[in-house]
Ligand binder design. Structure first.
Ligand code: SAM
Length: 330
């Protein structure tokens, strides 16, 4: 079986598959979607749960051991809880996690837990109700925050809060968000805005990790936390005496491509070897024209062969990636 591993031309071992199960979302975050409606994929365009599970089983044979379910908003897709249970029952996965905007978390945490999910990432870009509405288009801050509190009470761990740092929008709140890590066992993760698809963010200066670090340093020194092999690209820190952690996803200011172990399966059934490059392999087409497991494995290998050594987005004048984040899966 030694040759059945997803090892790319740069000797990176890909064992992490992020799956966007839907391109639909119940929020309209300004950094994620354009102002005008984008056409949604039809039911037939997106992979069925059975198709996704088949691909995951194949992925496991190829060394995939870690899965993140994302979207769009994964919790808006019908049948998601049974799907998560089916995923949890597969042999060979060491870790299954979920990324959500938290809107329907409170009502569904029990089902998520019963389905076997222990780790969740929740997007929360502000602690201010008015700004929450401005960023997401909906007045749902309290609902999301209650979901986060309940997730902590129910013992989900770690709970990571994803914050996309945006100049002129939440840049005045970075220290307040970081301060949450003193009182709660939350992992606060600052994400640099990435120019993916169409969004409502202009071409102004980006708010990058060095500046974010500077702004939150009013709270104390950031003490590095040793990364484990499963940590992925986040640079981890904590403040002295804090219950939680601080992390930085600095895709632009500090490429972490040399450590990238990810493949993405998009809602429309494409395997993407890199979030920030538009190359993809159409695995759905192969599957729906009667492809065997061996042929589908070959699609995985093909995607892996095309994984670029590095994304080439520059801080100054970054080019845009064409696909929408909601379809690719963040
Ligand atoms: N709906 C879920 C959510 O809101 O967490 C999952 C999908 S969302 C696309 C996944 C993550 O991508 C979120 O944490 C979001 O903040 C992040 N994201 C979306 N667009 C982004 C962008 N242009 N740059 C950086 N992060 C982005």
């Amino acid at each position: 079986m030694a040759e059945l591993k997803l090892i790319d031309p740069y000797n990176r071992h890909l064992n992490y598959l992020r799956i966007s199960i839907t391109d639909r979302c119940n929020l309209k975050c300004i950094y994620c979607v354009p102002r005008d409606l984008i056409p949604r994929l039809s039911h037939d365009d997106i992979l069925t749960y059975e198709e996704i599970l088949r691909l995951v089983r194949i992925g496991i044979k190829l060394g995939i051991s870690k899965i993140r379910v994302t979207g769009g908003e994964p919790l808006v897709r019908k049948g998601v809880y049974s799907f998560l249970s089916d995923l949890s029952r597969l042999d060979g996965l060491a870790d299954i996690s979920l990324t959500t905007n938290g809107v329907s978390l409170k009502a569904n945490l029990r089902r998520i837990k019963t389905a076997g999910i222990k780790r969740i990432n929740i997007s929360l870009d502000t602690l201010n109700r008015t700004k929450f509405e401005r960023i997401t288009g909906f007045n749902l801050f309290d609902q999301v925050w209650q979901g986060i509190e309940m997730a902590m009470e129910m013992g989900f761990h770690p709970i990571k809060l994803n914050i996309v740092a945006l100049n002129g929008i939440n840049d005045d709140e970075l220290a307040d968000m970081a301060r949450l890590s003193f009182d709660y066992p939350l992992h606060i993760r600052f994400i640099e805005y990435m120019p993916i698809g169409e969004s409502q963010i202009g071409n102004g200066p980006l708010l990058l990790a060095p500046e974010i670090k500077k702004r939150i340093s009013v709270l104390g020194s950031l003490i590095p936390v040793t990364n484990t092999i499963d940590d992925g690209p986040a640079q981890r820190y904590h403040f002295e005496g804090a219950a939680g952690e601080i992390g930085f996803i600095h895709a632009l200011s500090h490429h972490f491509c040399d450590r990238c172990n990810r493949l993405r399966l998009t809602a429309r059934g494409r395997l993407r070897p890199c979030l920030l490059s538009d190359h993809h392999e159409d695995v759905k087409e192969v599957m729906r024209t009667g492809g065997t497991d061996e042929e589908l494995m070959e699609v995985f290998f093909k995607a892996v062969r095309h994984k670029p050594s590095d994304h080439n987005l520059a801080i100054q004048n970054p080019s845009r990636v064409c696909g929408q984040m909601s379809s690719i899966g963040g």
